[in-house]
Design a protein around this ligand. Structure first.
Ligand code: UDP
Length: 496
């Protein structure tokens, strides 16, 4: 190998990003990588062909329009080896949730290729999703720091930690009895049926979860898509729990300032950007309710029918996103005719950021994935919470009880992941219509919710401004990694 001189190239920090292949993890990590690249950090994303196709256009535009370069390294995803369909490289393309174990095995098999890449390119740090535990071994092998990204709020990480540490559910007689979660800055109650563990119980993923926990022990710190002002007590509490550094650098979605970036974020949208904007432009401010359940939730047809009829009955304008491949037999054409001009149904991928940012949108029915929560907060949009599984119940509690910018649709029991497809209609049309009318009618406490949401929007944007907390934390993270690099170089000089 050619001997390295102390060139500016050598001084430049080089960070490898390993995003996990699911929308809620990959999307914020791409935003984060772009934030690094915009600061002149040499930035590399390690991904697979089908996942790259979801964000290549944004990377190309950054290069062409703002001269921001991100390097890409492509791994071959072993779908065929583990029995997944060809080109199934993302959790949202699994034909069945029962294949999650195969998907996780395929992710584990990416280690040798990634090890080769790190050996060849010698990055100074790895920023890895929690769900890719082997990056800890690679980081240790090449003596570089690993920073982990969880993709959720510190609030939910703290609740999860307390539940597992104190086991407050022992002694609770049934799944639906609320119990206090001890050791937290506030009095938080949950029920057993809302605990994330049960959601994945049937999928054989336990062995992988153990590895995530183990990998976190070998981690230098945590980078979080949150901002200090939204959960100061929980960021501090989480720092104490892990005894490591944590940098809150979000909401990272705010790095998407151009309509085109918002429209193409995460995947190719199934509606044309201009068509979507023209439709929204024709509506009054705060008059449209947006309904979307993230990249992974998949409702039974009977539930979709109830949602559709509920939205029709509520008589407010709406945008409703139905995931690709679901509700195909649904009689939505009739519904579409009946609500023509008032209801827009997007089948497939919606340009969520573009929609939430539009002044016409005044409410969001959400499953409370953390990205969706933060995106609603950043747009000042109050929420109707409809959590399904995972840590979504914790996020829903956070939205309603801590932030005071939403209320529940009336779902109290979590499902196992995938169960929503068989669960039938848990929420009936009358309920959907009632909550939409309550939120959009601005009755009672909703006005205050809207004001709080608007203040939070301002806080989120300030955090990402030049003198904001998240912007400052990103500076600190980069400084920290640069110092570690200098120390490593100095050690290398001493040895040679
Ligand atoms: N998203 C989108 N269009 C869609 C569905 C989802 O842009 O049609 C984005 C959404 O903006 C968010 C991410 O996908 O950034 C979903 O992440 P979240 O944490 O909300 O939920 P998950 O999919 O992880 O359950």
């Amino acid at each position: 190998m050619a001997e390295k001189t102390a060139s500016s190239d050598q001084q430049q920090l080089h960070v490898f990003f390993f995003p996990f292949m699911s929308p809620g993890h990959q999307i914020p990590m791409l935003d984060m990588a772009r934030l690094f690249a915009k600061r002149g950090i040499k930035t590399t994303i390690v991904t697979t062909p089908c996942n790259l196709s979801r964000f290549q256009s944004i990377i190309d535009r950054d290069r062409q329009c703002v001269n921001v370069e991100i390097d890409l390294h492509i791994l071959k995803f072993p779908s065929d080896t583990v029995g997944l369909p060809h080109n199934c490289e993302n959790l949202d393309s699994l034909p069945s949730r029962l294949m999650s174990n195969s998907f996780s095995r395929a992710v584990m098999m990416l280690q040798p290729q990634s090890d080769d890449l790190v050996r060849q390119h010698q990055p100074d740090a790895i920023i890895s999703d929690l769900n890719i535990p082997w990056t800890a071994q690679i980081a240790e092998k090449y003596s570089i720091p690993r920073i982990v990204f969880h993709g959720t709020s510190c609030f939910s990480l703290c609740v999860t930690d307390s539940v597992s540490k104190y086991k407050p559910y022992e002694g609770v007689s049934n799944d639906w009895m609320p119990f206090l979660v001890p050791g937290l800055p506030d009095r938080i109650h949950i029920t057993m049926s809302q605990m994330p563990g049960r959601f994945f119980r049937n999928l054989g993923l336990q062995e992988f979860f153990m590895q995530f926990v183990e990998a976190e022990r070998n981690t230098y710190g945590v980078v979080a898509n949150t901002f200090y002002e939204i959960e100061p007590k929980y960021i501090e509490h989480y720092k104490k729990i892990i005894g490591k550094k944590i940098w809150a650098v979000g909401p990272v979605s705010l790095c998407n300032e151009k309509d085109m970036d918002m429209a193409e974020r995460g995947n190719k949208a199934s509606i044309d950007k201009d068509q979507c904007l023209t439709w929204l432009d024709s509506k009054e401010p705060n008059s449209v309710i947006y309904v979307c359940f993230g990249g992974l939730c998949a409702f039974a047809e009977s539930q979709l029918v109830e949602i559709g009829l509920g939205l029709e009955a509520a008589n407010y304008s709406f945008i409703w996103v139905i995931r690709d491949g679901f509700g195909d037999g649904l009689a939505v054409e009739d519904l579409e005719d009946r609500v023509k001009g008032r209801g827009l149904i997007i089948r497939g991928w919606a340009p969520q950021l573009l929609i939430l940012n539009h002044p016409a949108v005044g409410g969001f029915i959400s499953h409370c994935g953390w990205n969706s929560v933060l995106e609603a907060v950043s747009s000042g949009v109050p929420m109707i919470t409809w959590p399904l599984f995972g840590e979504q119940f914790y996020n829903a509690t956070f939205v309603a009880k801590q932030l005071g910018i939403g209320f529940g649709i009336g779902v109290y029991t979590g499902l196992k992941w995938g169960e929503e497809e068989q669960a039938g209609a848990l929420v009936k049309r009358y309920r959907v219509a009632a909550v939409v009318s309550r939120l959009m009618g601005d009755r009672g406490s909703v006005k205050e919710m809207r004001e709080r949401a608007s203040r939070l929007r301002q806080m989120a944007r300030s955090a990402m401004n030049e003198d904001g907390s998240s912007n400052g934390n990103l500076d600190l993270l980069i400084e920290d990694l640069s110092t570690l690099k200098k120390e490593r170089l100095a050690k290398g000089d001493e040895v040679s």
